[in-house]
Design a protein around this ligand. Structure first.
Ligand code: HXC
Length: 277
């Protein structure tokens, strides 16, 4: 198969999956933390199909390399960086490398998260700290280090924080994650106002349980709670990574120009049915 035919084949496969036109994010550069698996990888795939340059951040080099191979058919330019969002200096390096390689930064997706089920009285100070450090301080680190680059984006910088509806309701058994995400909510709303004059839009996406993700596996499947959780879905099924990714694409695109400081819930109506395990 010649290169043109191969490129056409990839473009056709991309268009079949997309709900947006396939140049929606052309020319933009996106950093996606936790981009080597689950929701982060799903966002990377859709952003890549929509023409964005991708910077994937994750802790494990082998997982990042696997992700690069999965993403290559999108035709995107891909950079992978092994980095821990908890390390401020390392997030500075990621932003600097991004600007050096792609000439700028337009979209930051703070997706990296730690979470595990643990009754509060059994949670150790270090367990609490680990989740707060990843989910909340990691979001601070990347927002803080990306500011100057996002300010220069020709399209208006975008920050999309992947949060949880439990940030508002609390989450018995995952108080650390709910508390960290409540902090992210406050950070999102504060930055939306502070950075509005710089044309940077800052929003939260609130996913429900998503198939084939570590969150669903460790919080529900391994605890034999998945069928009970399914009963709490208003739509009667779990989500797909594409459901979250296309919502992120919407916020990152010109359709999101007038949206800042919002919580976009993409959870199949899960939060309305309530009930925790
Ligand atoms: C109790 C636990 C624990 C568990 C870790 N700890 N796992 N305590 N139960 N299952 C404690 C450890 O004992 C330790 O405390 C402290 O947390 C730090 O653990 P480490 O493993 O040393 O740290 P680290 O390598 O930094 O990793 C911690 C972690 C990790 C980030 C929490 O478990 C992790 O990476 N989880 C996977 C990430 C994940 O699930 N992401 C998806 C989230 S999705 P001590 O005191 O012993 O030193 C999500 C949305 C869900 O949140 C939506 C609904 C489905």
């Amino acid at each position: 198969m010649d290169l043109n035919t191969q490129a056409e084949g990839a473009a056709n496969a991309n268009s079949a999956r997309l709900v947006f036109r396939d140049d929606l994010l052309a020319g933009r550069t996106a950093i996606i933390t936790g981009g080597s698996s689950g929701i982060g990888l799903g966002i990377a795939e859709v952003f890549g199909m929509l023409g964005a340059n991708l910077v994937l951040v994750g802790r494990k080099v082998d997982k990042l390399e696997d992700a690069r191979q999965i993403l290559e058919p999108t035709g995107a330019q891909i950079m992978t960086v092994s980095s821990d969002v908890r390390d401020y200096d390392s997030t500075q390096d990621v932003v600097q490398q991004t600007v050096e390689r792609f000439g700028g930064l337009d979209i930051l997706v703070n997706n990296a998260a730690g979470n595990f089920h643990c009754p509060f009285e059994a949670l150790t100070p270090n367990g609490w700290r680990a989740v707060i450090d990843i989910d909340l301080n990691g979001t601070f680190n990347f927002c803080h280090t990306a500011f100057q680059a996002l300010k220069r984006s020709a399209w208006g910088g975008r920050i999309i924080n992947i949060s949880l509806s439990q940030a508002a309701s609390g989450w018995p058994g995952s108080a650390h994650a709910a508390s960290a995400k409540a902090g992210v909510t406050a950070l999102t709303r504060s930055l939306a106002v502070e950075w509005g004059p710089h044309a940077i839009r800052v929003n939260n996406i609130l996913p429900g349980p998503i198939e084939n993700t570590e969150g669903l596996r460790r919080l529900y499947e391994v605890r034999n709670e998945a069928s009970k959780e399914l009963e709490r879905m208003a739509l009667g099924h779990f989500g797909q990574t594409d459901d979250i990714a296309q919502a992120c694409a919407y916020l990152a695109s010109p359709a999101g120009n007038f949206i800042t400081g919002c919580d976009l819930t993409v959870d199949g109506g899960r939060w309305l049915k309530r009930g925790w395990v």
